[in-house]
Design a binder for this molecule. Structure first.
Ligand code: C2E
Ligand code: CA
Ligand code: CA
Length: 762
């Protein structure tokens, strides 16, 4: 850039100076010309004046001569020698070229010039020049001529005096005018004589005016016509040599050239300095821009100048600080949660890792809002955001200085307490929850929210940041509003949690992996001693975890929404088993357990109907057991489904009776036939116990309402007999038989026929 600047500026300067030089150079030519012109003008004026002065001189000399008494005497007496000497005398005195005397008859009698014959004098042309003088061609030569009459007192003769327009006159004129002079006489435009001061045009007949170049010299010429009388012409050509005036300008031109060159050199030096002064700051700015590009925003960009470069530096500096600010903001956003402005989980994880690496102990708590979901649904996101922000604000200054409070959307607060024992940390966390639980004014609502915390400690619970975060959230799941709002992580709970998650996931694939089976537990009809009913119970044999208890997986299926799928599977299994038994002449009523969610499904009754129809099974082969709590969840809807099922002809039983809060009076409104007393009342059934009282009265009341009573959980003969004596209708329990697979059940039925005979005591 520097080089280009120098080249450009020096080039420009050279151009400008060149142009100036050229302009001055040509204008000196013009003014030289003008000067020559003026000189010519002045010269020709001087020339004319001189010629007139000469004429006047000639005239007065002639007048003096003709007035002279002696001369007049000599003329009157015809004394030629005297005339001649007087003529010569006068010619010499004024420096004329010729003097002549003519007699009264006009005949030339005597001349100052000696000639062979007087007759030879011949005046070829005559033309007035001034008052007294004339121009004449005499003997083919030009003359300035003056005449005067000699009177005595009558005219007796004539005197004429002449100056020759010759080289001598030209030289004299040149001296006085400073011009080159040339006298040219011609006849019929053929030069007859030419007298010139300069050697240039002795024989040149060119008489035009203007600029002429002759023998390499430039002249400015003008022509003064002295005589023009056909065929003769006499003219004076005046020439002002240009070279002279030009020469006077040569010094000027030389000086101009020197000045130009000096100016060029000086300005070039200046241009170099200027370009450096321009290039250096530009280089500095480029450097600064590169530094900014590298991400170094520290150095201020400044140029101590007020021009555009200074302005540019200012702008670059503004850009530098702008980028620095924005980068800081981006860095801040990368590490902070936008809603609360608190550090985000990455920051927390990093600090956690640092603490673990340093071998320190510490505690991590995860805290969240108890009814966040409900609040969000009821009030919307904006409200929640405000609530969270205000909660954060309320914690300001409440936490230990060395703690780290982070916020993770969807998770809640994460509090890291470095170098703390668990019990000490719990106190801090409890204080924080108490603070968070204080009343807040959010929008137009005053509310106090409940917060829970899950706590994990290291190295006690683990040594991996990811694990610790996960464990804190597991612990949080155990926390409950009230005194247990802080739950400390328990390793066993974690395993149970893992297992739950795994089972919930795998359960969905259990049918297609053929891991499900149905077993059947006989129900003994106490009046007849026969087994006419069985209860179908589901078994899950997990490919890796082995047999899973129904209490575990059924509860899980109900919570995770898979129960409908299991019921469907069981229904198909039961109906196909029924089909096969009926086909083989085995007539058993099979009871199947259904869940609250099955009753919620309005299409459930129709589906059963379709399936019964498809298998061509009469509905009275099927019984459904519904727990009282399932019915009570949504009594109206359950009632609707149960009615349809009952109308289809399917038997219905209330399962686990006694565990819920329903009264027998409420059961009256249900379209059920059987009441199954929960096994918890039956397992330790001893005479006079509370359970015995309840069971006894339940049997009686149920019978009064027209319901059959089934007792389950009979593990010993005493219970069986006691129930038989109290007219319980049906008995079920391990004492009779455990739930059996189909072949075992069929064999069992075959073998025990008559064992539980009527009235028999086993
Ligand atoms: P439940 O409907 O009350 O089933 C009776 C439970 O008592 C069965 O446990 C049975 O094995 C057990 N039992 C029977 N006699 C005795 C006894 O003398 N002593 C003891 N201690 N227990 C006895 P199981 O098979 O483990 O089933 C547990 C629960 O799982 C069932 O309780 C039922 O609510 C549910 N369940 C089982 N299969 C299904 C099913 O296919 N669908 C639905 N929805 N629930 C099912
Ligand atoms: Ca049952
Ligand atoms: Ca039961």
């Amino acid at each position: 850039m520097r080089t280009r600047l120098i080249v450009t500026s020096v080039g420009l300067l050279a151009l400008v100076l060149g142009a100036v030089f050229l302009a001055v150079y040509t204008s000196t030519d013009v003014s030289a010309n003008r000067q020559a012109q003026r000189q010519l003008q002045v010269g020709s004026n001087v020339f004319s004046n001189l010629l007139e002065a000469r004429a006047r001189e000639l005239t007065s000399a002639t007048q003096i001569l003709v007035a002279d008494f002696g001369f007049r005497q000599a003329v009157a007496t015809g004394d030629l020698p005297t005339i001649r000497s007087a003529l010569l005398n006068q010619v010499q005195r004024i420096g004329a070229d010729q003097a002549m005397f003519f007699d009264a008859q006009g005949v030339l009698r005597i001349s100052s010039v000696n000639r062979p014959t007087a007759k030879a004098v011949e005046v070829q042309a005559l033309q007035p020049f001034s008052d007294q003088a004339m121009m004449a061609m005499i003997d083919q030569r030009p003359y300035l001529l003056v005449q005067a009459v000699v009177r005595a007192p009558v005219p007796v003769g004539q005197v004429a005096m002449a100056f020759s327009l010759d080289e001598a006159l030209a030289r004299e004129m040149q001296k006085l005018t400073g011009l080159e002079i040339r006298f040219v006489s011609s006849r019929d435009d053929n030069v007859m004589s030419s007298f010139s001061t300069s050697p240039y045009a002795q024989n040149d007949m060119d008489l035009h005016e203007g600029t002429q170049t002759l023998e390499g010299e430039g002249y400015l010429t003008t022509v003064i016509s002295l005589l023009d009388q056909q065929p003769y012409k006499v003219a004076a050509q005046l020439a002002s040599p240009l070279s002279e005036t030009l020469a006077s300008f040569d010094v000027l031109k030389r000086e101009l050239l020197i000045i130009t060159l000096v100016a060029l050199v000086a300005s070039s030096l200046l241009a170099v300095r200027f370009s450096s002064s321009l290039a250096r700051p530009v280089a500095l700015l480029a450097e600064a821009a590169m530094r900014i590009g590298r991400g170094d925003y520290t150095g201020q960009v400044r140029l101590a100048r007020s021009d555009e470069l200074g302005l540019l530096a200012e702008r670059i500096d503004a850009m530098r600080s702008g980028i620095a600010e924005r980068e800081e903001l981006i860095a801040h956003n990368a590490l902070h949660d936008p809603l609360t402005g608190l550090p985000n989980v990455s920051v927390l994880r990093e600090q956690l890792r640092a603490s673990l690496v340093s071998g320190q102990r510490g505690v991590l708590a995860q805290c969240n809002l108890v009814t966040a979901d409900l609040m969000l649904k009821a009030r919307g996101q904006d409200f929640m955001d405000t609530l969270i922000r205000q909660s954060v604000a309320s914690l300001e200054g409440q936490l230990p200085a060395d703690s780290l409070l982070a916020w993770q959307p969807g998770v809640g607060f994460l509090l890291l307490l470095d170098r703390r024992e668990l019990d000490e940390a719990v106190v801090v966390i409890d204080a924080m929850l108490a603070r968070l639980g204080e009343k807040l004014q959010v929008d137009d609502i005053k509310l106090s929210s409940q917060w829970l915390a899950g706590v994990v400690a290291w190295p006690l619970h683990g040594g991996d940041p990811h694990e610790l975060l996960r464990q804190a959230s597991i612990a949080l799941a155990d926390a409950a509003p009230g005194p247990e709002r802080i739950a400390v992580y328990q390793a066993q709970r974690d395993q149970a949690y893992q297992r739950r998650i795994r089972l919930a996931r795998d359960l969905r694939y259990a049918p297609q992996h053929k891991e499900l089976t149905a077993v059947f537990q006989p129900k003994l009809d106490l009046a007849s001693g026969e087994v006419r009913q069985v209860e179908a119970l589901m078994r899950w044999n997990h490919s890796e975890l082995g047999a899973i208890s129904p209490d575990e997986f059924i509860t899980l299926a109900e919570q995770t929404g898979s129960i409908g799928m299991l019921t469907q599977w069981m229904m198909a299994a039961v109906l196909s088993q029924l089909r096969s038994w009926i086909d083989r002449g085995i007539h058993l009523q099979v009871a199947m357990n259904i869940s609250a969610r099955d009753l919620d499904d309005p299409e459930f009754p129709q589906r059963i109907e379709r399936m019964l129809h498809a298998q061509q099974i009469s509905p009275d082969y099927l019984s459904l057991e519904v727990t009282e709590s399932a019915v009570m969840r949504d009594p109206e809807r359950s009632l609707q489904s149960l009615r349809i099922l009952r109308d289809l002809g399917i038997a219905l039983a209330v399962d686990d009776y006694g565990t819920g809060y329903s009264s027998l009076a409420m059961l009256k409104s249900l379209p059920v036939q059987d009441l199954k007393i929960d096994k918890s009342f039956v397992l330790q059934l001893t005479e006079g116990s509370d359970d015995a009282v309840i069971v006894k009265s339940t049997i009686e009341l149920a019978h009064n309402m027209g319901l059959k009573v089934i007792a389950e959980g009979i593990e010993n003969v005493q219970s069986l007999n006691w129930l038989k004596e109290r007219h319980c209708d049906v008995a079920q329990g391990y004492f009779i038989s455990r739930p059996l697979a189909v072949p075992d059940l069929e064999r069992w039925i075959e073998q025990t026929r008559g064992t539980f005979g009527v009235g028999e005591r086993v």
